[in-house]
Design a protein around this ligand. Structure first.
Ligand code: NAP
Length: 324
C-alpha cells in the first residue's frame, strides 16, 4: 500500500498531524499502535486543553480528534510498525501483522510510555494490583488502600482521580517537595483521603496472587518499613518509544528523537512530533502544535519533491528556452 504520508502513533501529535495532512488532501494513513489515542486517552480529566471551559475526558478528547481527522479523509490502521527502512525511497514500513507499507513521508508520533520502577514484584504483579492507568483501573480499587509513587502532575492528577474510588491513598515521593503544579498540590493537600510519605521510595512490591504490601525505604534515615496496600500506581515519568528508530534516526542521550525547530529529523522526509521528541513540556497542546508543524512540513516537502521531479522530467530544450 503506497501512501504520501504515514503517521506512526495516534496521540494528540499524530491525530493533529493527520487532520492537517488530510486537509492538504494527502489522505494520511495513521498506524494507531498499541495505545490508540495515546497517553491522553488514559487520562481522566484534561483541564488545560484550550477551548473546553469545564475540561474534557482524555478519551473523549482523543476520540474527537480522530473523528475530526477522519472527516477530512485520514485513514487508520490498527497495527504496530515493527520496522522502518529509511534507506530507500519510498520509505518501507513493516507492521507486526506482516504488511509492508510504502511512504513518501513519515511523521513519527509514537509518544512515550510510563517509566517502570524497576523493583522486584513490579513485573510479576502487573495487572494484579500494579497499574499505570488510574482511569482504566481505578474502578477495581473501590474501598481499597493504594499507593501512588511520584511527585509530578501525573501522580497528583491520577491520585486525585483515584480518590473517587479508594478509601485511602498514600503518595510516596522521594523528596519532601512536590514537582506538580500548585493547583494540584492544593487539591491533594486538602483531600482527606490522601496522605504523603516523604523522602522515600518503594523498593519492593509484595504479594502472592495480588499486591498485598510495599516495602518502603526512607532515603534520609535508611529505615525500611512495610505498608499493607491493595494497589500500586507508579507515576514516575516516561520513556520515549523510540526503540524502532535506533540506528535509523538521530536520538539524544535520553532516547528522544532529535529534530530541528521545524520537526525535521536527520532523514529528509521523516518528521517527528509530540512526546517522542519533547522531554520538557509534554502537554497535549504542545504535542498537537508539533503535529500541526510536522504535517505542514511534510506537505511542503512533498510539494518541493514534486516540483523537482517535474523540473527534472522536462525536455532540455523546454527548460533552456524557458530560462532564456
Ligand atoms: P514528571 O513531571 O517527570 O514527574 C515524575 C515524578 O516522579 C517526579 O516527582 C520525580 O521525582 C519522580 N521520580 C522519577 N523517577 C523516580 C524514581 N525512579 N523513583 C521514584 N520517583 C521518581 O512526570 P509526570 O508527572 O508523568 O508528568 C509528565 C509531563 O506530563 C509533565 O510535563 C507534566 O506537566 C505533564 N502532565 C500534566 C498534567 C496536567 O497538566 N494536569 C497531568 C499529567 C501530566 P523528582 O520530583 O524528585 O524528580
Amino acid at each position: 500500500m503506497h501512501n504520501r504520508v504515514v503517521i506512526i502513533g495516534s496521540g494528540p501529535a499524530g491525530l493533529t498531524a493527520a487532520l492537517y495532512a488530510a486537509r492538504a488532501n494527502l489522505e494520511p494513513l495513521v498506524v494507531r499502535g498499541l495505545q490508540p489515542g495515546g497517553l491522553i486517552a488514559t487520562t481522566s480529566e484534561v483541564e488545560n486543553y484550550p477551548g473546553f471551559v469545564e475540561g474534557i475526558g482524555g478519551f473523549e478528547l482523543a476520540d474527537n480528534m480522530e473523528k475530526q481527522a477522519a472527516r477530512f479523509g485520514a485513514r487508520f490502521l490498527d497495527t504496530l510498525v515493527t520496522r522502518v527502512d529509511a534507506g530507500q525511497r519510498p520509505f518501507v514500513l513493516t507492521t507486526d501483522d506482516g504488511q509492508q507499507l510504502t511512504a513518501d513521508t513519515i511523521i513519527v508520533s509514537t509518544g512515550a510510555s510510563p517509566r517502570k520502577l524497576g523493583v522486584p514484584g513490579e513485573e510479576r504483579l502487573a495487572n494484579r494490583g500494579v497499574s499505570y492507568c488510574a482511569t482504566c483501573d481505578g474502578f477495581f480499587f473501590r474501598g481499597k488502600k493504594v499507593v501512588v509513587i511520584g511527585g509530578g502532575n501525573s501522580a497528583l492528577d491520577e491520585g486525585l482521580f483515584l480518590t473517587r474510588y479508594v478509601e485511602e491513598l498514600i503518595i510516596v515521593h522521594r523528596r519532601d517537595t512536590l514537582r506538580a503544579d500548585p493547583i494540584l498540590q492544593e487539591r491533594a493537600f486538602a483531600n482527606e483521603k490522601i496522605r504523603f510519605i516523604w523522602d522515600s521510595t518503594v523498593e519492593e512490591i509484595l504479594g502472592e496472587e495480588r499486591v498485598s504490601a510495599v516495602r518502603i525505604r526512607n532515603l534520609k534515615t535508611g529505615a525500611v518499613s512495610e505498608l499493607a496496600v491493595d494497589g500500586v500506581f507508579p507515576y514516575i515519568g516516561h520513556v520515549p518509544n523510540t526503540r524502532l528508530f535506533e540506528g535509523v534516526l538521530t536520538l539524544d542521550a535520553g532516547g528522544y528523537i532529535v529534530t530541528d525547530g521545524r520537526q525535521r529529523t536527520n532523514v529528509p522526509g521523516i518528521f517527528a512530533a509530540g512526546d517522542v521528541v519533547d522531554h520538557i513540556y509534554r502537554q497535549a497542546i504542545t504535542a498537537a502544535g508539533e503535529g500541526c508543524k510536522a504535517a505542514m512540513e511534510a506537505t511542503w516537502y512533498l510539494a518541493e519533491q514534486e516540483h523537482a521531479a517535474k523540473k527534472a522530467s522536462r525536455p532540455e530544450s523546454v527548460s533552456s528556452s524557458a530560462s532564456s
